[in-house]
Design a protein around this ligand. Structure first.
Ligand code: MRU
Length: 352
């Protein structure tokens, strides 16, 4: 399985997702500022993956500090990491977890405090893979033996610590002996669908067909798509889902054509402090993503550009939310809250 992000010899290594599939280049970082820039510039992207990156960045950021100076330092480090990408709740969720560990261990000397923070970041990373495998199994049980899944963007191993969410369901279905075919929209403008999802699927010899984003309606109308499965950057308490721009259009098309629309996400993507989708901050990306194709201009100089990176799919268009704790069905306010209460015991945190 592709290594999206890895901690090795107190350096953070990430595959540079801007260059895939043309080149597999691993970047190595030793400083939280470098990691902030990597998140902002999308060397690493995908909600759970940037949560892991932020946690590792926070551990590096407080190295050499202890006591009250560590708390002050963490505040600055965390603010810088949080400011990178506002929509994915996993980023602030991971930093909140790091902050709790810091405040519980602030009395340790600097080296032991760093090791404790490093252990927490590594737990977040490991737990994400375990959550994806579990939600993958839940999701696979919803699929038939021969199935065509339409997806959007990349909610795969590259978007997580590993295995993936929407593509985790695809992987689990395959592991369960099912025959799965994937259809993915290019996902303009960053092309996560054609560059990253197709790359992951090809690596594992899972059949994948790329379509232009605008072809989704035609393909759904022709028939043969059994379900749509997407990831999520944030799920509000009422089940509204923020995900890659274009997800909302796909959900409307799926509803119109009677195709189930599933959202696969770890429980860390559910934001109970956010009652509904209108409260989810939507990141706007630079205009150049829409006006240039590589070095070439693809739009006339001076044209106004609006480039929201995410949209919000209302809960009423979502058939089910697939999580590692189980599958939530409408009404989501009730079913997500029930899954939150039925807490499985947390895996033991490992200390070094
Ligand atoms: O802008 P990106 O590439 O970070 O957006 C990613 C998505 O929208 C994914 O679908 C989402 O983060 C879920 S990833 C498991």
């Amino acid at each position: 399985m592709v290594r999206t992000i890895e901690w090795r010899a107190d350096r953070v290594r990430m595959i540079d997702q801007r260059l895939l599939p043309a080149a597999e280049v691993v970047r190595v970082y030793h400083d939280y500022r470098q990691i902030s820039r990597a998140i902002k510039e999308m060397v690493i992207r995908g909600a759970p993956a940037i949560g892991v990156a932020a946690a590792m960045g926070a551990a590096l950021g407080i190295r050499g500090y202890h006591g009250r100076r560590a708390l002050a330092r963490f505040a600055a480090v965390s603010a810088a990491l949080k400011a990178t990408r506002p929509t994915a709740v996993n980023l602030s969720w991971a930093l909140a977890r790091m902050e709790r560990v810091l405040s519980e261990n602030v009395g340790l000397d600097a080296e032991r405090l760093f090791r404790r923070m490093r252990a927490e970041a590594l737990s977040i990373c490991r737990e994400d893979i375990a959550a994806n495998r579990a939600l993958g199994r839940h999701g696979a049980s919803l699929l038939g033996d021969r199935v065509t899944v339409m997806t959007h963007c990349n909610a795969g191993a590259l978007a997580t610590a590993g295995y993936g969410t929407a593509l985790g369901v695809v992987r689990a279905a395959r592991e369960a002996g099912k025959t799965v075919r994937v259809i993915v929209g290019e996902t303009r403008p960053f092309l996560q669908g054609s560059r990253l999802t197709a790359w992951e699927m090809r690596k594992e010899r899972i059949a994948v067909t790329i379509i232009a984003d605008g072809a989704a309606g035609y393909v759904l109308k022709r028939g043969g798509v059994d379900c749509v499965i997407v990831g999520a950057d944030r799920i509000a308490a009422n089940g509204d889902v923020a995900n890659k721009i274009g997800t909302y259009s796909l959900a409307l098309l799926a509803r119109h054509h009677g195709v189930p629309f599933y959202v696969a996400a770890p429980f860390s993507s559910v934001d109970f402090s956010c009652p509904g989708g209108e409260r989810i901050p939507i990141e706007e990306r630079p205009a150049a993503e829409l006006t240039r194709l590589g070095a070439r201009p693809s739009a006339p100089h001076g044209a106004a550009v609006y480039n929201p990176a995410f949209d919000v799919t209302p809960a009423e268009l979502v058939t089910a939310v697939i999580t590692e704790r189980g599958v939530a069905y409408p009404p989501f306010a009730r079913s997500l809250a029930a899954l939150a209460e039925a807490l499985p015991p947390l895996p033991p945190t490992q200390h070094s």
